[in-house]
Design a binder for this molecule. Structure first.
Ligand SMILES: C[S@@+](CC[C@H](N)C(=O)[O-])C[C@H]1O[C@@H](n2cnc3c(N)ncnc32)[C@H](O)[C@@H]1O
Length: 307
């Protein structure tokens, strides 16, 4: 391992705003951020108070927002600057990437931002039911190969994990048509539903058309509430200022498509496991465009280099 990486790994061990595979943190994040704001050194995680569950979205404390696959945490930091009254946690496996966002937050004195180094698969261990208000998934690996679809961060396998801690995530059939599917999801307009109900919101920002269409297929098949979708974010006449935050991978434009896709939705329904087989068949038809092929080659080259 390179010297620079070792230095960054050592640095985040000392950072108060980075937790690595923390234990017993469910329900304690409001208390954790209070200590961070006070400037407490060596925050004692065991002694933090557990907040009561807040299922209807009127947060007892401050809203808690996650950035999954955060890399350097541009969203955690960018949103933290925009919304000082909310708390943000970036989650990623790679400590050297997290170091970047955590260092910026420390330098700027942003006490509403923290990072957790862990696997996204383990997130239900870290958050209590209804503890999280929103999730941003920013430029995740699209896992282009059909055989890797289950690794996509918007696969129902992952959405079932997020449901365990996202506000209202276990609400059933809040907005459904007579056949149980989301009648809004085929609309041509970008804003498909003004109603995000009391459920927490998931945002996906990606440059992968395949991941975009895959996610829309999941939303349609499982009847989830689609709030907003666009295939070309920056061509829209009005853009949510949060969507203007740019990440490192966004800047790389690996697929050379120059188009950013964005979806906002709720996980407001039960996600029957029986439908996963239907999904497996339904996604075979999603075409892969030239940009995805460029990306696939780039990914294969990167994997080879990392081996
Ligand atoms: C393509 S990068 C995007 C990083 C950042 N969001 C950006 O846009 O620059 C994907 C990130 O996801 C992280 N990642 C992939 N699978 C993960 C998992 N299962 N658990 C935690 N992090 C994961 C990787 O470490 C990597 O930093």
């Amino acid at each position: 391992m390179g010297q620079k990486k070792l230095i960054k790994f050592a640095a985040i061990k000392e950072y108060e705003n980075v937790l690595e595979y923390p234990e017993e943190m469910q329900g304690k994040w409001a208390a954790f951020f209070e200590e961070l704001k006070k400037g407490t050194v060596n925050i004692s995680l065991n002694n933090l108070a557990i907040s009561p569950s807040d299922p209807i979205g009127v947060s007892q404390g401050r809203p808690l927002v996650l950035e999954l696959a955060c890399g350097r945490g541009e969203y955690a930091v960018g949103l933290g600057r925009m919304f000082p009254d909310q708390n943000f946690i970036g989650i990623d496996l790679k400590g050297n990437r997290i170091w970047k966002g955590a260092s910026i937050a420390n330098k700027e004195g942003l006490k509403n931002i923290a990072f957790v180094r862990t696997q996204i698969e383990l997130t239900p261990n870290y958050f209590a039911k209804d503890e999280v208000d929103e999730i941003w998934i920013t430029f995740p690996d699209p896992q282009l190969r059909w055989s890797k679809a289950k690794k996509r961060l918007t696969h129902p396998k992952f959405l079932r994990l997020y449901q365990q801690f996202l506000k209202g995530g276990e609400a059933k059939n809040i907005v459904s048509s007579s056949n149980g599917s989301n009648s809004n999801s085929n609309s041509n307009s970008n804003t498909v539903s003004g109603n995000s109900s009391a459920s927490g919101i998931v945002h996906l920002k990606t440059d992968s058309p395949l991941l975009y269409h895959f996610t829309l297929k999941v939303i349609e098949l499982y009847g989830l509430n689609l709030i907003y979708k666009t295939e070309n974010l920056y061509a829209e006449s009005t853009i949510d200022p949060r969507c203007l935050i740019k990440t490192y991978y966004e800047g790389l434009d690996i697929a050379q498509s120059n188009k950013i896709h964005y979806i906002q939705f709720n996980i407001d329904k039960e996600l029957p496991i029986a439908l996963d087989e239907v999904l497996k068949e339904a996604i075979k038809d999603i075409p892969m465009d030239a940009g995805e092929l460029i990306r696939m080659e780039a990914e294969a080259a990167r994997e080879k280099k990392e081996q």
